[in-house]
Ligand binder design. Structure first.
Ligand code: ATP
Length: 565
C-alpha cells in the first residue's frame, strides 16, 4: 500500500472514531504526502488544522496508522497552501472510484432509491477527499444516518477486530483498493429484484453484482461494527433512561440469562443504539460472538442470501451468535420474508439461551403490521423505554461530551446549550459541536454571547424553554424570594437599582416563561403599561446577550422557579 492508500483507509476508520462535526472540521481536506522510513507525512489545509490534529488527535491518528501498516509510525503534519490539483492527483487522473458506505438508513423504497443515487454521486469523488467535495455539512442538523461505519461488505460477519490485526484482513482493506479505478464504474442495472420484501411497490434499481454485494457470510476478518465511543462508561444515566441503562447492564453481565429479549424503545437520538453497542462491547470483551446489525442490513442480507442461494450459510451464521443486537427493528414490520427469517433466527437463538436485544422507536404493541408471533416474542422478555433528558441530565451529558472532546467549556455556556427542552441527545451534541466549531473557527473565546450567536438560527435567539406550567404569580413570588425583595416594593414606584433590576427580571421571565399577556404582566407588577414591560424585557434580554454573569443569574433564578426548595 502506498501512502495515499494507507491514508484513505485511515480516514475511513477515523471517520467512525470521532463524531461527524469533528471529522468534518479537522480531517476533511487532509491528504497523505509520503510514508518513508516510518515517517508518515500528512498534508492539511491550514496551520490551525495542523495545531488541532497535533494537540488533540495525534495519538488517535498514530494508532490508526499503526493498525493499518502493522509497523511503528511517526507522524509529521505539514500545511499545504491550496492546491486544487492535489485532490485530483489522488486518482492519478483516473476515473474516480465508487465509494460504498453502509449507513444506518431507514428502509423505505424511496430511501433505497436515494441511496443508490448517493452512491452514484459519491462515485464522482475519490474516497479520501470525498468529504471535501461534498457540500459543507450543517453539523447541527446532522442525523444519525450520517454516522457511517467503515466500508465493508453488505453482509459483515464478525467482529473481533482487536484480536486480528489489520494485515490479516485483506478482504477489508482491498475493498478500498480494488474497486475499479481506471474505467468508468458500470451503470446500475435497472432490472427489478423479485423479492417479496423489496419489490412490492416498485422495481428497485440494482447495482451489478460486484464483489462488494456478493453474499459471503463466512468472509473472515471484517473490522468490528461497534462504535468505540458507545460504551457504558460514556453513557450518562438520568431519570429518563435509568431503566434502559440498568436492564442493558444486567443483560451485558448475564447475556442470555436475564431479560431475553431486551426490547429498548424510544424517540430518535435518545441513546438506544448507544446502549446496544455498549452491550456489544461488553460481550466482545467477554469473548462472545456478538453481531450488531440494523433491520435494514438484516433485510438486505436475506435478499442477498436468497439471490445468491446462500440461505443455509445465512442461517448458520446467525445461529452461531451469542449476542444478537438489532437496531430499528420496527422496519422489518410488513416485510414478510424478513419477518419469517427473523422469527426463526429468534427462536433458534432464544432456545439456545443466546441473548437478543432489539431497539425500536416504539413499543412492540405500537408496531403496526408486525406479525403477532413476533410481537409476542418481543413482549416476552423486558421492554425498557428511553425518554428525552431533563435539564440536569442534559447538563451532565454536555459536560461529559466536553470532557470527551477535551474541550473546556464554561458552565454558563453549557447551561445555555442545555436550556431548551430537547427531544434528542443527538441535537444536544450537535448544538455543542456547533458552538465549539464556531468558537474555533472564529478563534473566539467560548462565551454565552458566542453560543447564542452560533445557535441563533436554532435557538431563535432566545435563552429558550417556555415553561408552560409557570404562572405570573409564581414568577413574581420566586423573583421576590430570589432577590429577597419585599413584594410591595417590587409592585411599587421605587427606582433604586436593587429594586428596578429584580422588577425587570420579573418582567423578562413572565414574558419568556409564562403565557401571560403584557396586560396581565403589567397588572401583576403594580399596574404598569405594556411599554414599561417591553422596556424591562429588552433590558434583561440585552444583558443576557452581553454578560455571562447576567446570563448565569437569570438561569439560576429560573432554576429556583422550576425547582423551588
Ligand atoms: N445518556 C446518554 N449519554 C451519553 N450520550 C448519549 C446518551 N444518549 C444519547 N447519547 C448520544 O446521542 C447520540 C444519539 O444516540 P443514539 O444513536 O444511541 O440514539 P438512538 O436512540 O439510537 O436514535 P435513533 O432512533 O435515531 O436510532 C449518540 O452520539 C449517543 O452517544
Amino acid at each position: 500500500m502506498n501512502a495515499k492508500q494507507i491514508w484513505q483507509t485511515a480516514i475511513e476508520r477515523l471517520r467512525t472514531r470521532v463524531n461527524t462535526a469533528v471529522f468534518t472540521s479537522w480531517f476533511q481536506g487532509t491528504s497523505a504526502l509520503s510514508f518513508q522510513d516510518g515517517v508518515f507525512i500528512i498534508l492539511v489545509p491550514t496551520t490551525f488544522v495542523k495545531a488541532q490534529l497535533e494537540t488533540r488527535f495525534q495519538e488517535l491518528i498514530r494508532s490508526t496508522l499503526i493498525d493499518i501498516t502493522g509497523s511503528p509510525v511517526e507522524i509529521k503534519i505539514e500545511v499545504t497552501k491550496e492546491q486544487p490539483s492535489r485532490a485530483n492527483d489522488q486518482n492519478n487522473g483516473r476515473q474516480p472510484k465508487r465509494t460504498y458506505r453502509l449507513s444506518k438508513g431507514r428502509l423505505t423504497t424511496p430511501l433505497r432509491g436515494k441511496r443508490i443515487e448517493n452512491n452514484a454521486a459519491a462515485s464522482t469523488n475519490n474516497g479520501q477527499t470525498e468529504g471535501s467535495a461534498q457540500p459543507q455539512e450543517n453539523i447541527y442538523t446532522r442525523k444519525k444516518e450520517d454516522y457511517t461505519l467503515t466500508p465493508r461488505p453488505a453482509t459483515p460477519p464478525s467482529y473481533k477486530k482487536e484480536q486480528q490485526p489489520a494485515e490479516q484482513h485483506p478482504s477489508y482493506l482491498t475493498y478500498v483498493q480494488e474497486e475499479p479505478q481506471d474505467h468508468e464504474a458500470p451503470a446500475p442495472h435497472e432490472a427489478p429484484i423479485h423479492h417479496p420484501d423489496v419489490s412490492r411497490h416498485e422495481p428497485i434499481r440494482r447495482e451489478p453484482p460486484t464483489r462488494m454485494q456478493e453474499y459471503n457470510p463466512t468472509r473472515p476478518g471484517v473490522e468490528g461494527l461497534l462504535n468505540p465511543r458507545y460504551t457504558f462508561s460514556s453513557f450518562i444515566v438520568g431519570k429518563s433512561n435509568k431503566l434502559a441503562h440498568a436492564t442493558s447492564l444486567a443483560v451485558a453481565e448475564n447475556p442470555g440469562r436475564i431479560y431475553n429479549p431486551l426490547f429498548l424503545y424510544g424517540g430518535v437520538g435518545l441513546g438506544k443504539t448507544h446502549l446496544l453497542h455498549a452491550i456489544g462491547h461488553a460481550g466482545e470483551t467477554d469473548g462472545l460472538n456478538v453481531l450488531y446489525t440494523t433491520s435494514e442490513k438484516f433485510t438486505n442480507e436475506i435478499i442477498n442470501a436468497i439471490r445468491f442461494q446462500k440461505t443455509e450459510e445465512f442461517r448458520s451464521k446467525y445461529r452461531q451468535i451469542d449476542i444478537l443486537l438489532v437496531d430499528d427493528i420496527q422496519f422489518i414490520a410488513g416485510k414478510e420474508s424478513t419477518e419469517e427469517e427473523f422469527f426463526h433466527t429468534f427462536n433458534a437463538l432464544h432456545n439456545s439461551n443466546k441473548q437478543i436485544v432489539v431497539t425500536s422507536d416504539r413499543p412492540p404493541k405500537a408496531i403496526s403490521s408486525l406479525q403477532d408471533r413476533l410481537r409476542s416474542r418481543f413482549e416476552w422478555g423486558l421492554q425498557a423505554d428511553v425518554q428525552p433528558p431533563e435539564y440536569e441530565h442534559r447538563l451532565a451529558i454536555l459536560r461529559s461530551k466536553c470532557d470527551s472532546l477535551r474541550f473546556t467549556v464554561p458552565l454558563s455556556v453549557i447551561e445555555y446549550i442545555a436550556r431548551p427542552v430537547c427531544s434528542s441527545v443527538r441535537e444536544l451534541e450537535g448544538a455543542l459541536n456547533r458552538v465549539i466549531a464556531y468558537a474555533t473557527l472564529h478563534d473566539a473565546p467560548l462565551t454565552v454571547g458566542l453560543a447564542a450567536k452560533a445557535l441563533e438560527h436554532i435557538y431563535d435567539n432566545k435563552p429558550p424553554t417556555r415553561t408552560a406550567d409557570l404562572s405570573v404569580s409564581e414568577v413574581f413570588d420566586g423573583v421576590c424570594q430570589y432577590y429577597n425583595v419585599n413584594p410591595e416594593l417590587l409592585r411599587g414606584k421605587q427606582r433604586d437599582r436593587d429594586i428596578v433590576w429584580p422588577r425587570q427580571v420579573a418582567m423578562y421571565l413572565m414574558r419568556e416563561e409564562t403565557s401571560a399577556s403584557l396586560l396581565q404582566i403589567g397588572t401583576t407588577l403594580g399596574g404598569r403599561d405594556h411599554t414599561t414591560i417591553m422596556h424591562g424585557w429588552e433590558k434583561v434580554h440585552a444583558e443576557i446577550g452581553n454578560n455571562d454573569q447576567v446570563r448565569q443569574e437569570i438561569a439560576a433564578v429560573l432554576e429556583s422557579l422550576q425547582h423551588p426548595s
